[in-house]
Write a protein that binds this ligand. Sequence first.
Ligand SMILES: Nc1ncnc2c1ncn2[C@@H]1O[C@H](COP(=O)(O)OP(=O)(O)OP(=O)(O)O)[C@@H](O)[C@H]1O
Ligand SMILES: [Mg+2]
Length: 251
Amino acid sequence: MPTITNTLEIHSLHAKAPGQEILRGVDVSFPRGKIVTLMGPNGSGKSTLAHVLMGQPEFTVTKGQIRWQGKNLLRLKAWERSRLGLFVSFQQPPELPGVNLLEFLATAYKAHHPKANQQKDFDKNLRKALSTLKLPESFLERSVNTGFSGGEKKKAEMLQLLVLQPKLAILDEVDSGLDIDALKLISKTVRSLRSPQRTFIIITHYQRLLQYLKPDIVHVLVNGVIAESGSAALVKKIEKKGYSEYLKVAS
Ligand SMILES: Nc1ncnc2c1ncn2[C@@H]1O[C@H](COP(=O)(O)OP(=O)(O)OP(=O)(O)O)[C@@H](O)[C@H]1O
Ligand SMILES: [Mg+2]
């Protein structure tokens, strides 16, 4: 019997998109209560890992295991993973014309918190989230991501994070394209949610966000495998030297 653990454990994960193997044996764990950063060159498989964790059907897992809270995540549908408390802010969040943000958030909240005192808690979280992110209520009437600027898309993702309060949040390049004030606001939002009960996986290319967030653990994904793991000092090394040493080994 496997032990029940709140660490997200990934063993020998292989996954492919049509015609291309992308993840080639990922072994990594994400302990509860930690901020973990995932870095790596463009095209190394970071977003694919986020998609596979959320159960996106365009990727096929050919081998390996993902365990969390005593469950084999690979056997669960995306909504079941949400119900367990998993949340992914995608690098390119989809546009949903005709679905307004308020409806979308309410539906997602129900999926995440089926037993909560739904309407009251949802309203409370939403009011607080709008104020934290300095967003007007009228923002909720807009169709999800449709015509949103780059920064507004990222703020809409943060709104979901604040409303849903997931147990495990994967933020894929939530810092890309943000002005400095928005970057600070988003860093503050993540820091305010930091808790021993919650895990963050932060996918980023930049040191700037990490200066505010101070990750506990850093992993480097290269060519579909974890090439190195370490402390926050690893971010500085990458900023200075880039990924060439890993790419030499991988090629
Ligand atoms: N749906 C798909 N079909 C075919 N190939 C795909 C698909 N999704 C991703 N890939 C390919 O898989 C590789 C890894 O892509 P992925 O988006 O995971 O990289 P990444 O590490 O997130 O890169 P970046 O830092 O640029 O965001 C790339 O070569 C990409 O073209
Ligand atoms: Mg990506």
